[in-house]
Design a protein around this ligand. Structure first.
Ligand code: TXA
Ligand code: MG
Length: 318
């Protein structure tokens, strides 16, 4: 079983030995391995049962390190990095030859990110290599936002989980493709598009890709999904069709009198979408563990992180 603790030196030694360590970040917990070491990266795919076509994000601790992961880095990337790194954003850049093609699923591009969590930044500073890290959940399931979430699902497959507390943002990083002079959002996430546009000073496009040809498999139509059926829509209307005793609720602000209180999760009583993002994945996990037949959920307002939350809710409902 995994040790859960805050000993970054022990974690660093395990990573040097080619082992897996789960790391806290401000978005979600990651499952890290030495990004330069193919054998170590293989075990990430095995532990997550992740298909090899889904590329991994490479994590480092400072902007000066980016040129050890990517090459021909455009000026725009540095502009975004200066503005938002460390932070909830991933940049897709041309791959450095030291990064194995296994990490990038054969792509000549690579995702790079500087996570904003003190324990993980301290860990990364102790290493002389970057780490590849997907979210620390079985492929397709809801991402983990606490060390306990990681332990419940991957605890028997990894030696160490760094406990950095609950994630401050709670949904995955926003992915921006900068290859071939593009500025294109591949995945909505913890950094709102509006914030990116204030730095880029031009509209930034977000192209929804289809599940048959995912540019970023985080965009598969069913992803981030609990095992129970999630019905997205007007909760008041949908409640008419289900036994309230056997129904779970994921609501933005309201409580529903008909449904037992312990089967209801209110994402943001005060209407703050940042708070809703922070609570989203833990709420989905808890609802998934109840003896209920269905989860009734509703979209949230599209302010701040609202678009990214709705993106996750839609994928959870497929
Ligand atoms: O917030 C996050 O990004 C978290 C934390 C742990 O950093 N990581 C995360 O990783 O969400 P993962 O593996 O669950 O999602 C990574 C997404 C995938 O959908 C993958 O396809 C996309 O990033 N991606 C990675 N490299 C890419 C590349 N070269 N081109 C296009 N998409 C890429
Ligand atoms: Mg993931």
């Amino acid at each position: 079983m995994a040790i859960i603790g805050t000993d970054t030196e022990q974690a660093a030694n395990l990573l040097r030995a080619g082992q897996l360590v789960s790391i806290p970040t401000e978005t979600v917990y990651g499952l890290a391995a030495n990004a330069y070491l193919e054998e170590a990266v293989v075990s990430i795919f095995e532990a997550k049962q992740r298909p090899a076509f889904d590329p991994l994000i490479v994590h480092t601790h400072s902007i000066q390190e980016l040129n050890k992961i990517a090459v021909n880095i455009p000026q725009r990337a540095y502009q975004l990095a200066e503005a938002f790194m460390p932070g909830p954003v991933t940049l897709i850049l041309p791959r450095h030859p030291k990064i194995p093609l296994l990490v990038t699923s054969g792509n000549e591009s690579v995702g790079v990110r500087i996570p904003n969590h003190p324990l993980t930044l301290s860990l990364l500073q102790q290493l002389d290599f970057p780490v590849a890290a997907p979210s620390a959940n079985p492929f397709g399931y809801v991402s983990p936002t606490t060390a306990q979430h990681v332990e419940q699902q991957l605890g028997d497959r990894i030696p160490y989980i760094i406990d950095g507390g609950p994630c401050q943002i709670g949904i995955e990083s926003t992915i921006i493709n900068l290859v071939n002079n593009e500025v294109e959002i591949l995945r909505l996430g913890g950094l709102a598009i509006e914030e990116i546009e204030t730095v880029i000073k031009q509209p930034v496009k977000y192209v929804k890709t289809s599940s048959s040809n995912p540019k970023a498999p985080g965009m598969l139509s069913s992803h981030y999904a609990p095992r129970k059926k999630v019905l997205l829509g007007n909760i008041r209307e949908n409640l008419k069709n289900y036994n309230p005793e056997r129904t779970g609720i994921l609501s933005f602000q309201n409580v529903w009198e008909q449904v037992p209180r312990n089967q209801q999760f209110i994402l943001a009583p005060n209407g703050d979408t940042n708070e809703a993002a922070r609570n989203l994945f833990a709420a989905l996990r808890q609802l998934d563990s109840l003896s209920i037949d269905i989860i009734l959920a509703e979209l949230v307002p599209e302010t701040g992180l609202g678009k990214a939350i709705n993106d996750r809710l839609i994928r959870a409902s497929f």
